[in-house]
Design a protein around this ligand. Structure first.
Ligand code: ADP
Length: 639
């Protein structure tokens, strides 16, 4: 412990540069120094555990591994101690004086000298031990490697400038003490409440106890007639764990009760209600991770806004890394809450890095598959409670899930299986595509659906008339997302899906030869009317044609194959997006008296426009010029 055996060393050039930046850049999030140092301490204990397998003597009769934080207001120091593997002198020089990390040079070359952008880069790179210098003007490290003599301890001291001092010391206990001599502006880290709160936030799930000295309230009793004396907290010799020291997700599934899963969820999500379901798995393969994912029973109010965040917390080896890690779950499953604990990602992983990581992609896909599996099991279950859960899920999150049809091609079929719709024969949202298929008529070759703004508009859509007459069911899609999502769906289980308002209706074998003949005859007969209509409505329609799809209505609008539907156009326009101009096809019903009247009408133009506008209204649209429409109707009424 004599001064003369102290040696000066210079930091590796990169370290010196990094330290300069750490101390001079405004660190936006100084408290992370605790996370980094506690994480190092925890790693050191992990290493002892590993080496201790072959060298039980390394435990030196001190088998309970722990991390201890002590606060000294007299000397303004915060000390993080562990009884892990420790360092010998050479290790202290090597590990704390150089950066072994690959990519260091590359990282350094990216630094520009601009404080703000550099600070951000450093944050991403991760400064580990050196983060201590965010809050400390000097750091003293005292360490002794497990299994070495008490006289072989090392003291390492640096003020975070170009050099550090190393000397040999006696150290009775193995492991490492990191003593931070706090800067004037960082003295609030001497408050135990603050430290506890930070540990709680970042390191609660470190599986090792993180201990602080127990404090008791002391107040001298006042003598009779005297004023009460002020009391204070006094430290005791007893140490107590301030973290729960057990990461729920690292435990064995069958050791965890439903109550524990539920409590953990509530803690994690700040939701008062219990989750609907969860999945907890350790995944091994190209990347190793644990997933504990929950499906909430209620959608947050902001689920459809841009602020909606994925509720996945990312841990790396039980160390908390970040909240709302949206790269870990596809956007259409953003309602999922939970934890992913990766064994492979680096501790200092940033959001930017997450975006590029292959491991993250694998985890995201694994998470998506797992959630879809849980939902599938609920949907298929014979159990009434499960069925109820699925219903709740679907009412809360069904429309979010549908976004997956466009977003997640690989799982499209699995998502389709989970969808439920109202249909022309049943208003309740219970019909699955599989149910629909099972009830198709003989000769029916497609799954038919119609999209509309409301259930009523869908049910009464003129396009459905022929289907009703023939007893063919049609799925009614009335959610905003349907229109967009269905653009990505062409078939289900080998059967094509057909929007009945798109393209010419072809019922194939369901239409008999006689009907086809009648249509051809009508088309021939109405050729002059169709030509006149085309001319009269040339600004509003791309084509006019005769149809058999209508029974009670005079006309309907359909979308040409490959064009956007009117609902989608309305939606996009409302969202302020530029939409290419597309004109619908007007189909007329040759057996309707109004259409027949056209042939001889003296007010052809008025009648043609009224028929067009009514077709628009029937599907939830508005005439372009409502006043003109009313004028025309009235003039026709008066005739
Ligand atoms: P990283 O942890 O990313 O390797 P750090 O700068 O945080 O980088 O630490 C550098 C090295 O110093 C560690 O890899 C480890 O070998 C050593 N070290 C740091 N803290 C401790 C500790 N508490 N006990 C033992 N070794 C430590």
């Amino acid at each position: 412990m004599s001064e003369q055996n102290s040696q000066k060393h210079s930091f590796q050039a990169e370290v010196a540069q990094l330290l300069h930046l750490v101390t001079h850049s405004l660190y936006s999030n100084p408290e992370i120094f605790l996370r980094e140092l506690v994480s190092n301490a925890s790693d050191a204990c992990d290493k002892l555990r590993f080496e201790g397998i072959n060298h039980p003597e390394y435990y030196e009769n001190d088998p309970e591994l722990h991390v201890r934080i002590s606060l000294d207001k007299t000397n303004n120091t915060l000390t993080i101690s562990d009884n892990g593997i420790g360092m010998n002198q050479q290790e202290a020089i090597d590990h704390l004086g150089t950066i072994a990390k690959s990519g260091t040079k590359d990282f350094m070359s990216k630094l520009t000298g601009d404080q703000k952008s550099d600070a951000q880069l450093i944050g991403q790179f991760g400064v580990g031990f050196y983060s201590g210098f965010i809050v400390a003007e000097k750091i003293t490290v005292e360490s002794r490697r497990a299994g070495t003599d008490a006289s072989e301890g090392v003291r390492w001291v640096s003020e975070g400038t170009g050099e550090f001092d190393v000397e040999q010391i006696d150290k009775a206990s193995r492991g490492t003490d990191i003593i931070l001599h706090l800067r004037e502006d960082a003295l609030d880290y001497l408050e135990s409440a603050k430290v506890k709160q930070i540990i709680n936030k970042y390191s609660d799930h470190i599986s090792l106890p993180i201990e602080m000295q127990k404090e008791i309230w002391q107040q001298e009793e006042a003598a009779e007639g005297e004023e009460a004396k002020p009391g204070q907290y006094v430290k005791t010799d007893e140490w107590e764990a301030i973290n729960s020291a057990s990461a729920l997700w690292t435990r064995n599934k069958n050791e965890i009760s439903d109550e524990q899963y539920t409590e953990f969820y509530k803690n994690l999500s700040h939701d008062f209600e219990a989750p609907l379901a969860w999945a907890h798995n350790r995944v091994e393969g190209s990347t190793e991770y644990t997933q504990l994912l929950y499906i909430p029973s209620r959608a947050p109010s902001n689920i459809f806004t841009r602020e909606a965040k994925a509720g996945i917390k990312l841990y790396v080896k039980r160390v908390f890394i970040m909240d709302d890690a949206d790269n870990l779950i596809p956007n259409y499953l953003r309602f999922v809450q939970g934890v992913v604990d990766s064994a492979d990602l680096p501790l200092n992983v940033s959001r930017e890095l997450l975006q590029e990581s292959r491991d993250v992609k694998t985890i995201r896909e694994g998470n998506a598959r797992r959630i879809l599996t849980v939902l599938d099991a609920l949907a298929k279950s014979e159990d009434a409670a499960d069925q109820e859960k699925f219903k709740t899920f679907y009412a809360e999150f069904g429309s979010v899930l549908k976004e997956g049809l466009g977003e997640d091609m690989a799982n499209r079929e699995r998502i389709l299986k989970l969808l439920r719709f109202a249909s022309a024969s049943n208003d309740d949202v219970v019909t699955s595509l599989a149910d629909y298929k099972a009830n198709m008529k003989e000769g029916q070759k497609a799954i038919y659906y119609v999209t509309a703004d409301s259930l009523n508009a869908a049910k009464n859509s003129p396009q459905l008339e022929l289907f009703k007459k023939k007893g063919i069911d049609v799925l009614l899609m009335t959610e905003r997302v349907d229109e967009w999502a269905m653009e990505f769906v062409f078939e289900f289980d080998g059967t094509p899906l057909q929007n009945v308002a798109k393209g010419a209706v072809d019922l194939g074998d369901l239409q008999d030869a006689e009907e086809k003949k009648a249509l051809e005859a009508a088309a021939e007969q109405f050729k002059p009317v169709v030509e006149k209509l085309s001319a009269s409505l040339k600004d509003k329609t791309s084509e006019v044609r005769v149809t058999t799809r209508l029974v009670d209505s005079p006309a309907c609008l359909v979308v040409a194959e490959g064009e956007l539907s009117p609902q989608l156009v309305r939606m996009l326009k409302q969202a302020g997006q530029a939409v290419p101009d597309s004109k619908p096809v007007l189909e007329i019903n040759p057996s309707h008296p109004l259409v027949q009247k056209l042939e001889s009408s003296a007010q052809f133009d008025d009648l043609a426009n009224v028929i067009f506008d009514q077709a628009l209204i029937a599907e939830g649209g508005l005439p372009e010029d409502p006043a003109q429409y009313i004028k025309r109707i009235n003039s026709l009424l008066l005739k």
